[in-house]
Design a protein around this ligand. Sequence first.
Ligand code: FES
Ligand code: FES
Length: 176
Amino acid sequence: MNTEGLRNKSSAEEENNININIMVNGQSYSLAVHPAYRLVDILRNDLGLTGTKISCEIGRCGACSVVMDGNLVNACLVMAYQVDNQVIETIEQVAIETIHPIQQAFLEEGALQCGYCTPGMVIALKSLLDKNNHPTEEEVLDYLSGNLCRCTGYNGILRAVQRYKNESLSIHKFKL
Ligand code: FES
Ligand code: FES
């Protein structure tokens, strides 16, 4: 969907805007948005959070992955009215204070791919690791089944998850 036209709304169209309250990355927002807006439009156009990418726009690629109320979703498929009173976490929140260990593991294992797929891959993995800190390879691949890359493959990503698991185990042992 070309949303540029939606930004230049006439006053008549603005009257049709819907009001939503949304918490994104720990900050609350009250917004009046076009009813045809999707979550990805709100994030990128209204909040300036362009780390969430738009690619296929039909829920196939995972470039627009975000966490909504604890669940990984495709922001291109979530309409504005569906995000009212929801809590959203985007890729910007993943490294808000310091680089996340899974991002560090990506760096060390050369798992970084292009700027379109990588943010979605990282937030998807963080979402998985928040729930299950030691997923099997099958669980990782299953969780990433909605995040597509046809360029490089997934070996670097699997190595990064393994490194993350090894390092979190050694941190755990050290704490003991
Ligand atoms: S842009 Fe949302 S899944 Fe591809
Ligand atoms: S889509 Fe990003 S490297 Fe393939």
